[in-house]
Design a protein around this ligand. Sequence first.
Ligand SMILES: O=C(O)C1=C[C@@H](OP(=O)(O)O)[C@@H](O)[C@H](O)C1
Ligand SMILES: C=C(OP(=O)(O)O)C(=O)O
Length: 474
Amino acid sequence: MGPDRDRDEEATAMSAVPTWAAPTSTGPVDAQVRVPGSKSLTNRWLVLALLAGGPSTIVHPLRSRDSDSMIGALRALGAGVDDTDAARWTVRPPRGGLRGGVDIDCGQAGTVMRFVPPVAALADGPVRFDGHHSARARPVGPVLDGLRALGAEIKEEGHGTLPFVVRGGPSDESASSAGGGGAAPPVVRIDASASSQFVSALLLAGAAYPRGLRLEHTGTTLPSLPHVEMTLDALATVGVEVERTSPTSWLVHPGEVRAVDVTVEPDLSSAAPFLALAAATGGRVVVADWPERTTQPGARMRDVLAAMGASTELTPQGLAVRGAPAGRLEGVDLDLSEVGELTPVVAALCALARTPSRLRGVAHLRGHETDRIAALVTELARLGAGARETADGLEIEPAPLTGTRLRTYHDHRMAMFAAVLGAVVPGVEVEDVATAGKTFPGFDRVWSEAVATGTPSGPRAPASPEDRDGRESP
Ligand SMILES: O=C(O)C1=C[C@@H](OP(=O)(O)O)[C@@H](O)[C@H](O)C1
Ligand SMILES: C=C(OP(=O)(O)O)C(=O)O
């Protein structure tokens, strides 16, 4: 297929989906925002509530496509989930064990396709997993291999991807054949270099296995380590004992999972585009309810912003970000392996900076909602920026940007990336902005309100790197 035909097909596909005219700020913004609850925390608490010995309560959960997919999984496996009160959900684990003979729709949620199979291995029959077509490209193989080592029967219809069927699991016999013997826990060795969620998945279910689990990561890199810390922290909260036997191996003791009774923090990765908005327009944004202590890697956006020239401060109202005058931003050379989720928003800021940037350590983003490295390079180039893929990330060369229609590839964070650029570059049209509802339903409305606080009275946010050298600022 030639490039002309590729372009024609792309143009046809693009014209079929609705677009959103991203609002452009008329000057530095001054906004207060509240973002929805953390996806990563909400879906961890839901999984643990399913495994718990009694009913659980989750306050201020995230209501979004990803958490709806997780609720669907819990209900399929027999749990009662009462989510009628948006501010307070209750979960009743099924009496008499998890129900098999069911289908689970993972949607686009990595947390569902990775965290639920190890739990489904405890069900009384086969559980089939499938999801959105974009999710069928995402890796799950190491979790399935781990479950095979624990004695589960796995029928793969893909190749280490959705769809697949999980049946049965960690029996005593298979446990000893996996290297246990006597009361020793089975040993599972997996390569989690493509996703930290493989590790979190097996850790979350491990205590429910008859002899627990010894888990070893065999790969050379392990991305998103803070998300593994988040898993360990959540497990400690519900009384599960986990020993870290090395930086990349863990021993999960068998035992009861205590009922969950928690309040979910705001999603700090969903907050990132709003923090970026302050930096890009030289304005101020306050994100309410920012936790003083958190396991969410999104908190590291503060370091990224500091490196680019914006300042942040934790105030009684929330986290306040103040951009440098005229939205002046410095290019950065950053290893984002621990905070890969932030890459699209950081890349947007890099395209608005005065100097080139390099974002490293994020090869695993090729297996996210889309191949994010390719998507970012393509969309940055469409706007006129210089962008190039590297083996483990991308390099960005700022240039004058021109508004155009941007694709989002069914990726919530690509929608947020496009919105940040549109706040500064007039004429950005965002394809399928509703895809942000994976983690942030109504993102476009909250975003438009924040951008509308921009006033021409302050230093006007400039539209090109030449303008952004601060010369015209007071
Ligand atoms: O455990 C979690 O909740 C997550 C872990 C990370 O996954 P990867 O390690 O696949 O990047 C992160 O990117 C994802 O958004 C959420
Ligand atoms: C990678 C992400 O999601 P998931 O939980 O589906 O992996 C993300 O939210 O950036």
